[in-house]
Design a protein around this ligand. Sequence first.
Ligand code: SF4
Ligand code: SF4
Length: 182
Amino acid sequence: MGEKKKKIIKTIKVDVDKCNGCRACELACSAFHAAPKYSSNNPARSRIRVIHEPLKDIYVPVYAGEYAKAECMGRDKYVIDGKEYDECSFCRASCPSRDLFKEPDSGLPLKCDMCQDDPDLKEPLCVQWCLNDALTYEEREEEVEEEVKQEDVEIGVESMIDKYGLEKVMETVARMSVSKKG
Ligand code: SF4
Ligand code: SF4
């Protein structure tokens, strides 16, 4: 059993009925995570994606969740207002079965980090830019067991190892560090 400690739980509440599919959240998120920050925007790099069905006026914002190295054994299929969506449309995982929530150039997994910054933002960028109030930010304090948090870089390296194997990744890092030093 790990140590108990106080933790701030950050939540973004999504009111699907208020979303009009403007996709400002996607632009804001990709700009915030660009390097350098705000130097570009590209929805394909966003950690929130809006699933569209304009003819039925259905827009569902979905946040990037955990990296999954393998496809899951079952599939989800949603039917909303008579429209049947592709399998896995609303899943949050960055997984091998689809391109969603993968950095388009490198293929590395993307995950919502609640706009972690120093100092902390008042509210995540997607919430600030959602002018329809479809996204609402809430914080609450809870007592939880201490967990070891994986950083973005660790998740990225893990996915590279899954894809290319440990030996290849180690070899590449060793070669690159020699050429950077030189
Ligand atoms: S900014 Fe708000 S209204 Fe626009 S697509 Fe995103 S969630 Fe929907
Ligand atoms: S909270 Fe920040 S990181 Fe997460 S989807 Fe919104 S803008 Fe992107």
